[in-house]
Design a protein around this ligand. Structure first.
Ligand SMILES: Nc1c(NC[C@H](O)[C@H](O)[C@H](O)CO)[nH]c(=O)[nH]c1=O
Ligand SMILES: CC(=O)[C@@H](O)COP(=O)(O)O
Length: 162
């Protein structure tokens, strides 16, 4: 189902574990910061709405989405978090750079999920234009940051009970 047919901000709190006992790392790319701040706001609001404590949200900024990989790795190594959310927005330009950044981040985050014991949630927009990013960061299609926060709570709970 395409995002256009699914509001990314809809969730039922009755189906989500309480987040009060979990510690969240959130790594945010500064590239396209109007978009990434919108994604972060959606994620933060959902985490707090589901019981997360403000003091248990650890936010770091990195220059661009490619640096999300290293930022997440160091977050895991040093901050005693139960789960990490990486937030970025990659918008296609004139060259193949878009493809390499998107694939690189995808593979790097996948590797962290395989090689570490902390889930890393993939909140990366990979859009053809800025309007698609606006629509998915609190606009017409909701907020992928909200979606990522809910996934983070569920994965932290799975890890705790596994
Ligand atoms: N074009 C975008 C980038 N490019 C920068 C890279 O992510 C990286 O910071 C650089 O290659 C240095 O390592 N980053 C985004 O997050 N979004 C873009 O649209
Ligand atoms: C995804 C990007 O890195 C992008 O901003 C690069 O733009 P361009 O391909 O026009 O150099």
């Amino acid at each position: 189902m395409a995002t256009a047919n699914k509001n990314l901000s809809n969730y039922d709190k009755n189906t989500i574990p309480n987040a009060k006992d979990f510690r969240f790392g959130i790594v945010v790319s500064e590239w396209n910061d109007k978009i990434t701040e919108g994604l972060y706001s959606g994620a933060e609001a959902a985490l707090l709405d589901c019981g997360a404590l403000e003091n248990n949200l650890v936010r770091w900024n990195v220059p661009g989405s490619f640096e999300l990989i290293y930022g997440a790795k160091k977050m895991i190594e040093t901050q005693n978090v139960d789960v990490v959310i990486v937030i970025g927005c990659v918008i296609k330009g004139e060259t193949m750079h878009f493809e390499f950044v998107c694939e690189g981040v995808t593979q790097g985050i996948k590797d962290l999920n395989v090689q570490t014991d902390v889930p890393v949630i993939f909140c990366l927009l990979t859009d053809n234009n800025e309007q698609q990013s606006i629509d998915r960061s609190g606009g017409a299609h909701g907020n992928k940051g909200t979606e990522a926060a809910i996934a983070a709570i569920k994965m932290a709970d799975l890890r705790r009970n596994a």
